[in-house]
Design a protein around this ligand. Structure first.
Ligand SMILES: NC(=O)C1=CN([C@@H]2O[C@H](COP(=O)(O)OP(=O)(O)OC[C@H]3O[C@@H](n4cnc5c(N)ncnc54)[C@H](OP(=O)(O)O)[C@@H]3O)[C@@H](O)[C@H]2O)C=CC1
Ligand SMILES: CC(=O)[C@@H](O)[C@H](O)COP(=O)(O)O
Ligand SMILES: [Mn+2]
Length: 410
């Protein structure tokens, strides 16, 4: 079925750069952009290496005048292929991603590259005064202190795209921050939430990639199965909303229809609900502050709808327990009792290495948390003074985790 297009007149068109255009978030974003041709215009796209898919996207969106390809070999192949129309600038490497993030023709940069590669391009976009729509949570886990400071200093809006954080943004928008008690992020529980714990020793990458509710990239789908995704998201929430560690909680919600709960001091809870599709939060962020009909069916209350909530067993999900420890290591970085810690950077880097090894069939599922735990123990947790500090920690953690993963290899 052809996607609906909406032609309600809006004040002006937002010009968008999409980093990670070939991925799962990229695809959902393209559906939203295609539905609002009078409101949203795609002017730049980037990916790691899939230049063929970038070329297809550029053909469908003739407004794309800038393309960036991170991988140098893929860039050369793309140039040799003449796949992009004359007049399209093709940028290469990390520098090329940064150039794209700063093009004068753009108003908003949607950051949807998996991992932390987009840290520098995001900072470049902020420096150029672009509005940021952020899906790449790993960036805030690595360097939240510096990204948030840069956005504040430049007066740039950082709009959350991650479904739970976009939900929080909506629930907190009109709330009184002084009356906020705590927030809950909902977790589906991932592929193994109902599997007997003993069976976790034998699960395969193919098993882990069967997410019960969401169609997403491989790395985040494995993170959902370990609940590292929720751990990363608690840290992401801390930075985005200036919360203390004890204010950031997670609750298991198998349906993935409620995306967050915000508890106020008087015991009232606000929730945000929508079907489990990223088109909803992406559209909210791209059209913000305006609202318009979604591109997918909404919840149907003519049908029975059941919503369940359960506490999370931290013994089953050690990556979530580690995330809470990592958050506590940094005190209250947004308040008065601490300046943050390098522990989240270690957690994130070791997780990326371990998940890649698991996906490559070289590490058992249960060893992901073991590698992260040991890497956290091997490095000091100090207050990062500057970006160079967290980047050095990131590099050290990756090296240690790589060695540990090789020793634990199947
Ligand atoms: N998918 C989802 O529903 C959600 C995702 N997120 C977050 O959004 C981000 C993207 O996730 P998702 O779309 O699932 O991931 P995918 O794996 O589906 O897509 C990853 C994207 O990143 C690009 N990429 C990978 N490596 C590089 C690199 N070195 N340089 C430049 N681009 C690169 C890929 O390009 P190529 O195709 O060439 O490899 C692709 O466009 C993650 O941080 C994730 O945590 C957050 C909430 C929900
Ligand atoms: C869609 C989205 O935002 C993902 O981050 C989602 O949260 C993954 O699902 P679970 O982590 O709840 O399994
Ligand atoms: Mn999420």
């Amino acid at each position: 079925m052809a996607a609906p297009t909406h032609t309600t007149p809006f004040a002006s068109r937002k010009r968008i750069v999409l980093l990670g255009a070939t991925g799962s978030i990229g695809e959902s974003a393209l559906r939203v952009i295609a539905a609002y041709p009078d409101r949203l215009e795609l002017v730049g796209i980037a990916a790691g290496r899939n230049w063929q898919k970038l070329a297809q996207i550029a053909q469908r969106h003739p407004s794309v005048r800038h393309v960036a390809i991170h991988d140098e070999a893929a860039f050369r192949d793309a140039r040799a292929s003449a796949a992009f129309a004359a007049g399209t600038t093709v940028h290469a490497g990390l520098g090329g991603l940064c150039e794209l993030a700063q093009i004068a023709e753009a108003d908003l940069v949607l950051v949807a590259i998996v991992g932390t590669t987009a840290l520098e391009p995001t900072l470049a976009a902020i420096a150029a005064g672009k509005t940021i729509a952020l899906a790449s949570k790993e960036i805030l886990v690595l360097a939240g202190k510096f990204v948030m400071a840069a956005a504040r200093a430049r007066g740039v809006a950082l709009l959350p795209v991650d479904s739970e954080h976009n939900a929080l943004f909506q629930c907190l928008e009109r709330g009184n921050p002084a009356g906020l008690k705590r927030i809950f992020l909902t977790a589906s529980g991932g592929a193994f939430r109902d599997l007997p714990v003993e069976a976790l020793a034998h699960v395969t990458p193919a098993d882990a990639l069967k997410h019960p509710n969401w169609a997403m990239g491989a790395k985040i789908t494995v993170d959902s199965a370990t609940l590292a995704n929720k751990g990363l998201e608690l840290i992401e929430a801390q930075w985005l909303f200036g919360l203390a560690p004890q204010q950031c909680q997670a609750v298991l919600h198998p349906q993935s229809i409620v995306h967050c709960l915000v508890e106020y001091a008087d015991g009232s809870l606000l929730a945000q609900l929508c079907p489990p599709s990223m088109t909803f939060p992406i559209q909210h962020a791209l059209l913000y502050p305006e609202r318009a009909p979604g591109v997918e069916p909404t919840l149907d209350f003519a049908q029975t709808l059941s919503l369940d909530f359960r506490p999370i067993d931290l013994d089953r999900f050690p990556m979530l327990r580690l995330a809470h420890e990592v958050m506590r290591a940094g005190g209250d970085p947004c308040g008065s009792t601490g300046g943050g810690s390098t522990a989240p950077a270690i957690y994130n880097a070791a997780n990326e290495v371990a998940v890649a090894a698991f996906l490559a069939g070289k590490l058992p599922f249960l060893a992901i948390a073991e590698v992260v735990d040991k890497t956290l123990q091997r490095l000091p947790h100090t207050e990062p003074r500057d970006l160079a500090d967290v980047l050095a920690t990131d590099a050290q953690a990756r090296q240690i985790a790589t060695d540990l993963a090789a020793k634990t290899a199947k």
